[in-house]
Design a protein around this ligand. Structure first.
Ligand SMILES: Cc1ncc(COP(=O)(O)O)c(C=O)c1O
Length: 442
């Protein structure tokens, strides 16, 4: 046992207020990770855990990849920090240009942030400022979708549609409304890939256009595939319809690609997989393979250009001390090198069928009411235990961890998103283990 393992004895008094965690439960029975490499974590006691979640949907190239590790070490020794407000450093420009090379056509500008939440709030602010810059300041409304997850800052929880993340924190940003979510087990249970039913749900945006007057709406934000709410895949034709309505009314469409970016769906970005383009999109997580916090907002060239009119001066009064941090940019460039050398941004496509068959093989196990998949994302939903909703999801997570597989849960849904280096035998191992656990689940 290494020295760091000793403190597990006394976690109940630890100063660490853990995020999105049941602190008291966890500190009584911790699940600790001490080391990682490739597809695996190891606990402080040396137990190997197969990572079926890419950490938290972010370690797309697998853990502790040497090129990324070396790049961070080298950059930390060469220049630890440099400002990007009215100053610059070459590596930030280099990384932005590298990102523009893999972005969809017409998205050649990226604004750096430090997280998905910051990307979301930055994108919402850019959308509002864009309309103002081009003489439509009355467009102040922001539209989200029920069950959407857009991080935890005030903009993100306001447009977000997860009740627990909203209800404790007051009224949020003014002028926000939501369209209906697309999750419909009664019609689409056990869909393989894109569900067939529900295109008409996109018309809900027309309802809000009529209610608020479309000329007051600045932007609509959705995840191309919702991740944190439990892998909710939009039905066939839905994103096309949403795009049409936005274009018709001059509303910006923002994709939150914090999870779907960087190869998760088999293309560099989710928009390229679904074939429907947004006007802005947010990223984070896989941008640096999770190794250094970083995010970015990509915008259409025309949006950037709208800010570049008028006399010289600061065009956007927005930015973070750590926007374009040297360590993050170094990690990002090495991450892109790794993705590209190993074909990881497309690899989900070749594994998708195997992944789909493996996860759907769990149909029929006790309490399972839906299984869904898209790219290298998947979810298994359980019927809620009477009187204890969410407990089956939590217990499944704990038991999977005890059985050597790291998963994620939201309420009664278990979610999966392995590093994109996953091999077929590891996919089989994930779902064989989960299958065994589900047979024991109360
Ligand atoms: C779609 C989406 N947006 C935003 C976020 C927030 O990202 P972060 O936790 O880096 O702030 C997440 C995180 O899971 C996400 O899935």
């Amino acid at each position: 046992m290494n020295k760091r393992a000793d403190f597990t004895q006394s976690l109940e008094q630890s100063a660490f207020w853990m995020p999105f965690t049941s602190n008291r439960q966890f500190k009584k029975a911790p699940r600790l990770l001490a080391r990682a490499e490739g597809m695996y974590y190891w606990t402080p006691e040396g137990r190997q855990i197969l990572d079926a979640c890419a950490g938290l949907w972010c370690v797309n190239a697998g853990h502790c990849r040497p090129k990324i590790v070396e790049a961070i070490q080298k950059q930390a020794a060469e220049m630890d920090f440099a400002p990007t407000f009215q100053m610059g450093h070459p590596i930030a420009f280099e990384f932005a240009d590298r990102l523009a090379e893999i972005a969809p056509q017409g998205f050649k500008r990226v604004f750096f942030t430090n997280s998905g939440s910051e990307s979301v709030d930055s994108a919402l602010k850019i959308a509002l400022a864009y309309h103002r810059a081009r003489g439509e300041p009355q467009r102040f409304r922001l539209i989200g979708r029920e069950r959407g997850y857009h991080g935890v800052n005030f903009g993100g929880i306001s447009v977000g549609g997860l009740s627990h993340n909203r209800k404790h924190f007051g009224p949020g940003v003014a002028g926000v409304d939501h369209i209906r979510h697309t999750h419909d087990i009664s019609r689409n249970a056990y869909s393989r890939g894109t569900p067939a039913n529900g295109v008409e749900l996109a018309d809900d945006l027309e309802r809000l256009c009529a209610l608020h007057d479309a000329s007051t709406i600045a932007a609509v934000i959705v995840e191309p595939v919702a991740g944190s709410a439990g892998v909710l895949i939009p039905p066939k034709g839905y994103l096309e319809r949403l795009r049409e309505i936005c274009t018709k009314h001059g509303i910006l469409l923002i994709y939150d690609e914090v999870i779907t970016g960087f190869g998760r769906l088999g293309k560099p970005f989710g928009s390229q997989k679904v074939g429907v383009m947004p006007d802005l999109f947010t990223t984070a997580k896989g941008m640096t393979n999770g190794a250094v916090p970083m995010g970015g907002v990509f915008v259409r060239d025309s949006i950037y250009e709208a800010f570049m009119q008028g006399p010289d001066g600061i065009e956007l009064f927005h930015g973070y001390t750590y926007s374009g941090h040297p360590l993050a940019c170094a990690a990002g460039i090495a991450t892109l090198d790794t993705y590209q050398e190993e074909g990881l941004l497309e690899r989900a496509t070749s594994l998708e069928k195997h992944w789909e068959d493996a996860i759907h093989s769990l149909k029929g196990l006790p309490n399972v009411i839906d299984i869904r998949n898209c790219g290298l994302m998947g979810a298994i939903e359980f019927s809620p235990k009477p009187g204890a909703p969410g407990s089956r999801g939590y217990n499944a997570l704990v038991k999977c961890f005890e059985a050597g597989v790291l998963t994620r849960y939201t309420a009664d849904t278990l979610a999966f998103s392995p590093p994109l280096i996953v091999e077929k035998n590891q996919i089989d191992q994930i779902f064989e283990t989960v299958g065994r656990v589900l047979k024991t689940l109360d």
